[in-house]
Design a protein around this ligand. Structure first.
Ligand code: ATP
Ligand code: MG
Length: 637
């Protein structure tokens, strides 16, 4: 499918040089109650306002719009290998459920502009709640289910929700995690108290209900079975939701998203980036607690009239074939996942990939972390479909760098997430001088010239100052958005992300991206996963230190094996990148510290290696990973 016969370069050029005409065209992909008057108001940089004067509704575009033409088609399929349940909702059924939820929220006092905090596992009711909020003009704030009560409390204080929607429990790998006690404790800790809690009781864990505050969803739903709650037409610039960044580099930032710009950006992305037809099936393995889940589990596939799969469970339970059995059963056409999940599968028996008929699948998109070449090669060979990397941030809401194959088919280059997406005026900037680097193969900070395109953050929730100071003031002498990622571009416009700007290691004056060293080490057949950090060194300024998970734990069970593998890894780096990049040590661990969204917490590793306080760890998955490192380094000191 080609939406522009003149090719991608021209498509991109128009999006920047003829911005208003370009986006006015894309705005026609969605329904408006009142059409926009001004396409982009950038009179107060860096604050951009998109489609000013237009009124629309995100839920209308995701659900109501499709009911007449595809009411009997599946809209949402909720599959749980945790509770062994599976339930499909057609567009007509989803429409009814969302209205029930909207009626219940209204009955609990939620009004337009109010916040609703959603602290839920991956169940259909979480999607109903998100869609119900935007239906009535309330602003949702989804907090990853199972976050500790202190992290949840700080988000409650920040969002000041009227209502919190939650569940008795979530489940991970067969282990029930009771949410209600965590929620009760969080409300206790928080200075702000919600007027009501709406609880979805899955029957997994006992949940004490507090009279007057806590309400049972099933009971209230019964009362609103035939509810008809019309969509509220909101200004394009009305916030649809707030969402926190993953907290990989520090205290998470509360991103605020608009309505019109976001709906247009997502609708457009389903034509150009994830070329889709209504009726196709999208399976995104992320979580609704993250931006990928917001955009590509819930909103974009529904806006495009597709069937979307909401999956609660691990990729390897009951076995490593579970994803592919879902692909076969539901004829999944588009799949979206993260490199971290693929690396988990890579450690399993490859026979699982051959067990199912996955011929419906057109491509697999991966995002969230650098996609290393060995992982990309492995999954591409195993699936036999294109693997398309895409690079973006919570802040942007949709891809910054990828291949827009719906505009023009372009070859993938392993190690590169692709080219600058239309709408994004991406530049590489010299951090020290603020100068733009225009030649190929020059390393710089990946930055975006304002205005950011539709769909990107409007501001940091209730903190315009933090928005301006954090993102727009880091490069000397100019107002430009910094991604805080470090990258390089080749002569054909393909970018390569080298790591976070604070992950750049300076060894005796040589600037090295941690990613380059990681990629090199990951290429060693004995290594399953690796993290490299820069550690302060009195002589060299900084040295690289590697933390690696061996493919076979037995290989490093004794001191001789450990030393042999460490020496081999060092030799590999010497041979490929040179001795300056060689890690001072390679420490073997059984797991690496990661955020709940699967990102390496390099800053925590670095802090522990430098004997510093690791800072905000509220989004960390498994504290055991860091304890292992502390023990190793403690023993080594
Ligand atoms: P915080 O901003 O709180 O430190 P975070 O940056 O990890 O956390 P996210 O918005 O979830 O929060 O992640 C965006 C970041 O993830 C990007 O800035 C980049 O560092 C990394 N990233 C995402 N996709 C890719 C990709 N395809 N290749 C390389 N890096 C990626
Ligand atoms: Mg970030």
């Amino acid at each position: 499918m080609t939406t522009n016969p003149t090719g991608f370069a021209e498509f991109h050029r128009r999006s920047i040089e003829d911005r208003d005409a370009f986006w006015a065209e894309q705005a026609r992909l969605i329904d408006w109650q009142q059409p926009p008057q001004v396409i982009c108001d950038y009179n107060n940089p860096p604050f951009a306002q998109w489609f000013v004067g237009g009124t629309t509704n995100l839920c209308h575009n995701a659900v109501d719009r499709h009911v007449a033409s595809r009411g009997a088609q599946n809209a949402l399929v909720a599959i749980s290998t945790e509770t062994n349940s599976e339930r499909a909702y057609t567009y007509a059924e989803l429409h009814a459920e969302v209205q029930r939820m909207a009626a219940v929220l209204k009955s609990l006092g939620v009004q337009q502009g109010d916040r609703v905090l959603i602290y839920m596992p991956m169940v259909a009711e979480a999607a109903f709640a998100m869609l119900a909020c935007v239906r009535i003009g309330a602003i949702h704030s989804v907090v990853f289910g199972g976050f500790a009560s202190s992290s949840l409390a700080s988000r409650i204080e920040d969002a000041e929700p009227t209502v919190i929607v939650s569940a008795d429990a979530g489940s991970r790998g067969g282990r029930v995690v009771a949410y209600k006690p965590l929620l009760d404790e969080a409300i206790e800790l928080s200075a702000h108290k919600p007027a009501a809690v709406l609880l979805v009781d899955r029957g997994l864990a006992p949940a004490a209900m507090r009279a007057g505050r806590d309400h049972d969803w099933a009971a209230l739903r019964e009362r609103h079975l035939h509810a008809q709650v019309p969509c509220v037409w909101v200004e394009s610039t009305h916030p649809s939701y707030t969402l926190y960044t993953s907290g990989t580099t520090g205290r998470p930032k509360g991103v605020q998203r608009d309505t019109g710009g976001y709906t247009v950006a997502l609708a457009c992305s389903m034509r150009t980036i994830f070329p889709a037809q209504p009726g196709d099936t999208y399976f995104c393995t992320s979580d609704i607690g993250w931006v990928v889940g917001h955009s590509y589990i819930i909103y974009a596939p529904l806006i495009a009239g597709m069937t979307t799969i909401l999956y609660e469970g691990l990729p390897i339970r009951p076995d490593a074939g579970i994803w592919w059995s879902i692909v076969e059963k539901y004829q999944v056409t588009h799949m979206f996942s993260a490199p971290t999940a693929v690396r988990v599968l890579k450690k399993q028996d490859p026979a699982y990939l051959k067990k199912y008929d996955i011929s419906s699948l057109k491509a697999l998109w991966l995002a969230g972390e650098p996609l290393d070449e060995p992982t990309a090669t492995w999954i591409s060979g195993a699936l036999g479909v294109p693997i398309i990397d895409n690079y973006w941030q919570t802040e942007t809401g949709w891809p910054i760098l990828t291949l827009c194959n719906g505009v023009e088919q372009q070859p993938s280059r392993f190690g590169s997430p692709g080219k600058a997406v239309y709408g994004y005026d991406v530049k590489l900037i010299d951090e020290a001088t603020g100068e733009e680097l225009t030649g190929p193969h020059q390393k710089g900070v990946v930055a975006i010239e304002g205005p950011l395109p539709p769909g990107c953050l409007q501001t940091v929730w209730r903190n315009d100052e933090r928005f301006v100071n954090t993102y727009w003031k880091s490069i000397p002498g100019r107002l430009i958005y910094s991604t805080f990622d470090w990258g390089v571009r080749d002569e054909d416009g393909y970018y390569f992300i080298l790591g976070r700007t604070d992950d750049v290691i300076n060894v005796a004056g040589h600037r090295l991206g941690t990613r380059e060293i990681e990629e090199c080490i990951a290429g060693h057949p004995g290594i399953a996963e690796v993290a490299v950090v820069g550690v302060a060194d009195p002589v060299k300024g900084q040295v690289a230190m590697a933390f690696a998970v061996p493919r076979d734990a037995a290989a490093v069970a004794d001191e001789a094996g450990r030393q042999a593998l460490e020496a081999e890894v060092m030799k590999q780096v010497d041979g490929n990148l040179g001795a300056v990049a060689r890690p001072s040590r390679v420490l073997f661990v059984s797991l690496l510290p990661k955020t709940r969204s699967g990102k390496l917490l390099r800053r925590a590793l670095q802090a522990v290696a430098e004997r510093r306080d690791p800072g905000d760890l509220t989004t960390m998955e498994d504290p055991g990973a860091l304890q292992q490192v502390t023990a190793l380094l403690g023993g080594a000191a």
